[in-house]
Design a protein around this ligand. Sequence first.
Ligand code: SAH
Ligand code: DHB
Ligand code: MG
Length: 221
Amino acid sequence: MTAELWSRVDGYIVEKLVQEDDALAAALDANSVAGLPAIDVSTAQGKFLNLMVRITGARRVLELGTLGGYSTIWMARALPSDGELVTLEFDPRHAEVARLNIDRAGVGDKVTIHVGAAAETLPELAAQQPKPFDFIFIDADKPNNPVYLDWAVKLSRPGTVIILDNVIRDGKVLEPGNADPRIIGTRAAYDRIGSHPRLDATVLQTVGAKGWDGFAIMIVD
Ligand code: SAH
Ligand code: DHB
Ligand code: MG
């Protein structure tokens, strides 16, 4: 088994079942032109998020980590006509590229981007006492993941589904001595999830165009 084979199988899955369209391809092109890092979810993973929004019947979605809005577009497309998606992004340049991509994809009326460090924009958001989110995708800076999980629960209702990205990292999650703050943050997130009185979870490991990684999938009790 090689990363190259995983990637070719991903291509087969996309060709048979996913059919990424022009607006999504244009978003990835625009990201590349603008020099954004190519760390978006894969096409098959974007479709997975889209299906999860549909399966949960979510009307309100929260995303942490917009980048160029690729995952945002996949999720926003799954929302009903009165659905809303709030996405939080630290880098104003990323947010600017995302805004254009999201508008071009025709879902701009559903999506609000808050620019700033999520650890600051989350309390601001919470202070407005928004209706609880039905589905939350956490995909920002990994060291803050334990903090983000706590905010996600605060902004939830019983039954809210939370997905946390990048919880395997080529298996590096098994390395207690790893000094990478992203691995430390991810391991701390496992501890937080495992001990959280209101979270029930598992992890799906994934291979494909983005290598070997995984999603933690949680429900808020
Ligand atoms: N969800 C996107 C990928 C997100 S990449 C997709 O799949 O298409 C992670 C993003 O988190 C980057 O754009 C990065 O700028 C942003 N980020 C980093 N630190 C952050 C912080 N403190 N608050 C909010 N966003 C942050
Ligand atoms: C990185 C971040 C991500 O969210 C991802 O899916 C892949 C890589 C990174 O920071 O390297
Ligand atoms: Mg990610």
